[in-house]
Design a protein around this ligand. Structure first.
Ligand SMILES: *[C@@H]1O[C@H](CO)[C@@H](O)[C@H](O)[C@H]1NC(C)=O
Ligand SMILES: *[C@@H]1O[C@H](CO)[C@@H](O)[C@H](O)[C@H]1NC(C)=O
Length: 393
């Protein structure tokens, strides 16, 4: 199956900025990006206030249709702090999306922003898939004036099902939401992800795949009466015991969130133990609401994550006992035990409910299933192959 996948990377390269942003609340009225200055984690540095002018807050020509002459038949025109320097530090961006008849904005996600979209012209069929364990597909046909929301970090798409063009405007609550096209991430990263990992990611059936990942539920439980709180609300025992790695993936995530340790509620942190048998793999997945920091306790792990558009750069590393690695929020990643002895890792995530989105389950195992037309355009596979993929679930 991997061979089907090899030839369709480079689907398109949307011109999203690579500037990292944490989108904290602004500390100043304005902080116009200094085009010549350095870029920090919270964005470019502020330009001298005396040099700021109206045009730093201004863009013109958004009424003009984007060029949709490409195989997908869609064009995203994104306005972030690169195009409008005055957006810097404000935690918001804006986009126009044009679709030719049948055009599609294929399966993708924004690791750092939720999106709210309205149809200006024509009709759009849209959908997003929730995270594990439900992988529920919410889909809707939107007419002019309709508005739809795509939550941060969840895989979504838009398609123009009609014979006339369609136009939408969308806003995202990050000055640099980032974009991850699933096909480019899985099959078009630089360097390429090991075929072994791809095959295992996309070949397993839903039940088995689910067995490999213990899942979080929605959090934000109401606080218990303080008089009834006891030590055990902050306590969990026997995390030293290996998880059951007899699934086909050969890995087991034992996640501790506020379901397992009620005292974690509202604290924005969770913890996991991950066991791997020899050759075991924790396949391509992402956490929509948390960054992860992992350390190897026993054995060796080969790990990697892929950055967002346009680079899709694969950062990969072989970790030994005592090594620590970070997987940034919303980015697709994996771990694999390349050795003939078991491996164990501990990981922490900065959310009490980071969520988990397994690529294979999202693409081929949602309920209801994603339309084969949309999958076909995402992965450029023929429908027969896709039905085969879906049957595995
Ligand atoms: C649109 O893009 C295509 C393909 O890149 C190009 O050949 C064509 O000239 C462009 N059209 C316009 C109006 O820019
Ligand atoms: C591990 O899981 C397998 C498959 O679910 C099951 O058959 C086996 O009994 C489990 N082993 C232990 C030790 O729980």
């Amino acid at each position: 199956m991997a061979s089907h996948h090899i030839f369709f990377f480079g689907l398109l390269a949307l011109s999203f900025s690579l500037v990292l942003a944490t989108d904290n609340n602004p500390l100043f009225d304005i902080c116009v990006a200094d085009p010549k200055g350095p870029v920090t984690a919270s964005g470019p540095l502020c330009k001298d206030l005396k040099l700021v002018h109206e045009n730093d807050f201004f863009f013109t020509g958004l009424h003009k249709p984007g060029n949709t002459s490409n195989p997908l038949g869609s064009k995203v025109t994104l306005l972030n702090a690169q195009q409008i320097p005055g957006l810097n530090s404000l935690g918001i961006s804006f986009a126009r999306i044009d679709f030719q008849p049948g055009g599609i904005n294929p399966l993708h996600l924004h690791p750092r922003g939720s999106e709210i979209l309205t149809v200006i012209e024509g009709t759009l069929e849209v959908g997003f898939v929730t995270s594990s364990p439900d992988y529920r597909l919410f889909t809707k046909v939107l007419q002019k004036g309709d508005v739809f929301v795509f939550p941060a970090g969840l895989v979504h798409y838009q398609k123009n099902p009609e014979h006339v063009p369609a136009v939408a405007y969308a806003s995202l609550n990050s000055q640099n939401p980032g974009s991850i096209l699933l096909a480019n991430t899985a099959f078009g990263s630089t360097p390429k992800i090991n075929t072994d990992i791809l095959v295992k990611t996309f070949h397993l059936d839903k039940k088995l795949n689910k067995a490999a990942t213990e899942e979080v539920t929605a959090s934000g439980a109401v606080c218990k009466d303080l008089k009834l709180v006891h030590e055990n609300d902050f306590f969990y025992t026997e995390l030293h015991k290996p998880g059951n790695i007899s699934s086909p993936l050969g890995s087991k995530v034992t996640l501790l969130n506020a379901q397992h340790i009620p005292g974690l509620n509202s604290l924005g942190i969770s913890f996991a133990r991950i066991d791997f048998r020899p050759g075991g793999i924790n396949p391509l997945h992402l956490h929509p609401r948390g960054s992860e920091i992992l350390t190897v306790i026993e054995g060796t792990l080969e790990v990697g994550f892929v950055t967002s558009s346009p680079e899709y750069r694969l950062f990969t590393k072989v970790l030994q006992k005592g090594d620590v690695f970070v997987f940034p929020i919303g980015l697709v990643h994996y771990q694999k035990n390349p050795k003939k002895v078991p491996a164990v890792a501990y990981a922490s995530l900065n959310s009490q409910n980071p969520g988990s989105v397994q690529l294979a389950n999202t693409v081929f195992g949602s309920t209801p299933e994603i339309n084969t037309d949309i999958l076909g355009e995402v992965f450029q596979l023929d429908k027969k192959v896709i039905s085969h993929g879906q049957m595995k679930f």
